[in-house]
Design a protein around this ligand. Structure first.
Ligand SMILES: C[S@@+](CC[C@H](N)C(=O)[O-])C[C@H]1O[C@@H](n2cnc3c(N)ncnc32)[C@H](O)[C@@H]1O
Length: 474
């Protein structure tokens, strides 16, 4: 490793051999130390500027590409690497899938440390563009400048933009011209809304000063062609809000639903704000297989609807239900998995932290005439107790689909106490899933794992694991 005069530490000729957390490339220096490198892909050989030394490893950025990986392809998007959203876009889809599969397999080997029968071949997406049903864009009066623009000099970043937050640059937004992730009318809507706000002289948000008027938009859509627009304004100026929406509706009469909220807080979190239904329906509808869902402005819903159906079909396949079972669906969101499996079992008990989501779950159950589901709002850690199990009966199957952080230790302990014959563990984070599988291995065998790709061009991967109570513990 060479040390330059200005104390910048560089590592030279680092061959990237794998992918680590958040899509970073991994290589080793000549002393065998691990280096995590941003914006590279396996097969690249790069010089690296080290930005952080940690015990046993380094983090850095490439300064010079000595060799480009043979797996590289021309990225689709003009904003690639600037917006930071689709880290894998320079890899062919086949190669993306290979690395996602390796990520699941590595986590199981390194963290879960259990033997198991089968890692099934990853399920790819049929559609690798325009697959998202939800995207959020931020307004800013400061544009993120590319390195080329900075190098060219004399360019001001004082510009009204609407796009994505640049990682580690909280006050600057990458202006998005075209995003390949969400279908029509997402791009037209975003561009149209930016124009309307500019024409009406509505101040774009100044993130540093925490002032302005236009703050965020969130666009949700469904495979049934319904579209919801949610706008967050900084101030409750009814005259301006009405004038703005009058033109939005004139230009986009196809909008199924419009909501707005007033966010005068210092943070962007929208779930704690009142959503006002300005126009159209208070929800949009989605159909996954035999189940219809109403999706409200705050509802959690899997962001790739077509792949969500495939994911839920895997859950049903792994569950092997006969119709007599008592099923718990933990972290149920708007009851999506619960309602999907309900026709295959005796009853489903769903638990979810967000009270509004449970309201949606109950409404969705009624809409689908599903009468064998009960839902509870609250933290799984607090709700899933001995008394709860006594009231609802011990589960024959637990389906769990926690957030990225995985399950709390106390929830895992409760699983070990409940001793359900089967667990189907759905996860969006192979590392925390593997950690929890390791803890569960005290009483459970891991049988098989099915990676499902739901987010082409990103490092994200979903995986479904089937665990069975060890022989002698039943
Ligand atoms: C990955 S989502 C899964 C949702 C649902 N299973 C689906 O497929 O749409 C995780 C859900 O867990 C909820 N959640 C997060 N922490 C929780 C907790 N401690 N207790 C209960 N629910 C929680 C979130 O609000 C979110 O709806």
């Amino acid at each position: 490793m060479a040390r330059r005069k200005n104390r910048v530490i560089s590592a030279l000729d680092i061959e990237i051999t794998g992918v680590a957390d958040k899509g970073k490339g991994v290589g080793r220096d000549e002393e065998g130390r691990v280096i995590f490198v941003e914006r590279v892909v396996p097969g690249d050989v790069v010089d690296v500027r080290i930005v952080k030394k940690k015990k046993g490893f380094f983090n850095g950025f490439p300064t010079n590409f000595k060799k480009l990986s043979e797996d590289r392809i021309e990225p689709l998007c003009e904003h690639f690497e600037v917006c930071g959203g689709c880290q894998y876009q320079s890899l062919s889809y086949e190669t993306q899938l290979k690395h996602k599969s390796i990520a699941v397999s590595d986590a199981l080997k390194r963290i879960a440390k259990v033997e198991f029968e089968e890692l099934l071949p990853i399920v790819p997406c049929e559609e690798i563009t325009y697959y998202r049903n939800k995207l959020e864009f931020a307004f800013s009066n400061k544009r993120w400048l590319t390195q080329e623009e900075v190098d060219a000099g004399e360019i001001s970043n004082e510009e009204d933009v609407l796009g994505f937050h640049r990682a580690r640059a909280f006050d600057k937004i990458v202006d998005i011209n075209h995003c390949w992730l969400q279908p029509d009318p997402s791009n037209d809507l975003r561009i149209g809304i930016k124009e309307i706000a500019k024409e009406q002289g509505l101040p774009f948000f100044d993130i540093k000063k925490n002032d302005g008027f236009m703050r965020h938009i969130l666009i949700r859509n469904t495979t049934l062609g319904e579209v919801m627009l949610i706008v967050s304004f900084f101030r409750n100026d009814q005259k301006k809000i009405k004038a703005f929406f009058d033109v939005v509706l004139e230009k986009f009469p196809q909008l199924t639903s419009i909501f707005y909220c007033i966010n005068s807080k210092q943070n962007d979190f929208l779930l704690d704000l009142e959503m006002v239904n300005y126009h159209g329906k208070a929800f949009i509808e989605e159909q996954l297989g035999h189940v219809r869902f109403k999706i409200g402005p705050k509802s959690f819903f899997q962001t790739n609807s077509k792949q969500a159906k495939i994911l839920y079909d895997k859950v049903v396949e792994f569950a092997e239900l006969k119709g007599t079972e008592n099923v718990y669906d933990l972290y149920t969101g708007i009851g999506s998995i619960a309602l999907y499996v309900a026709k295959n079992c005796k009853q489903v008990v769903g638990i979810e932290e967000v009270a509004d989501a449970i309201k949606d779950a109950k409404e969705n159950a009624a809409m689908n005439q599903t009468e064998n589901c009960v839902f509870y709002a609250g933290d799984v850690r607090k709700i899933l107790t001995d008394e709860f199990a006594e009231k609802h009966g011990k589960p024959d199957l637990v389906i769990t689909d926690p957030p990225r952080a995985g399950m709390h230790n106390k929830v895992v302990d409760m699983f070990l106490k409940l001793e359900a014959p089967k667990i189907v563990y759905v996860s969006c984070n192979p590392a925390t899933q593997a950690r929890d599988i390791n803890l569960l291995s005290e009483k459970y065998d891991l049988v098989k794992v099915q990676p499902v790709d739901m987010f082409p061009h990103t490092y994200h991967i979903e995986s479904v694991a089937l665990l069975k109570l060890k022989k002698g513990k039943e």
